[in-house]
Design a protein around this ligand. Structure first.
Ligand code: SF4
Ligand code: SF4
Length: 132
């Protein structure tokens, strides 16, 4: 009986997700995203991320003191130290979003942003290498 109640409720409930990138099925998602990047098309906003979401790493380069603790704790070896600048760069395509680098950074110059639209054909694109 309980299962029937749940089933009935589900039939009339709004979906927890939304259609993305648009509310209809586009002929070509690739073409649609290309138009969206040229600002000629508005994509369906994604659902809001929950508090504490771990998205693309954000890096405050000015605050970084070059201690390399983040490099040492990163299990994915996604952070590279630049000795001549005493700063780091983060390869997002390698990151497993564990947040250990954020936890260990003594000056809190790393954080996990809300950004999650990270799909790319080029793992070394500017979008996927965080330098500032
Ligand atoms: S979140 Fe984890 S995997 Fe990603 S850069 Fe930081 S320590 Fe490395
Ligand atoms: S732990 Fe923080 S301060 Fe140290 S190198 Fe990494 S980002 Fe810079």
């Amino acid at each position: 009986m309980r299962i029937l109640k749940v089933l009935f409720r589900q039939l009339f409930a709004s979906p927890a997700t939304n259609r993305f990138p648009v509310s209809y099925a586009p002929k070509s998602v690739k073409a649609l995203l290309a138009r969206a990047s040229e600002d000629s098309r508005v994509i369906n906003p994604p659902v809001a991320v929950p508090p504490g979401f771990r998205g693309k790493i954000a890096y405050d380069r000015e605050k970084c003191i070059g201690c390399q603790l983040c490099v040492k704790v990163c299990p994915a070896r996604a952070i590279e130290f630049i000795p001549e600048e005493k700063k780091v760069r983060i390869f997002v395509a390698r990151c497993c979003f564990c947040s250990q680098c954020n936890d260990v950074c003594p000056v809190s110059c790393l954080s996990m942003s809300d950004e999650f639209m990270l799909a790319s054909y080029d793992k070394y694109s500017d979008d996927l290498i965080v330098t500032h």
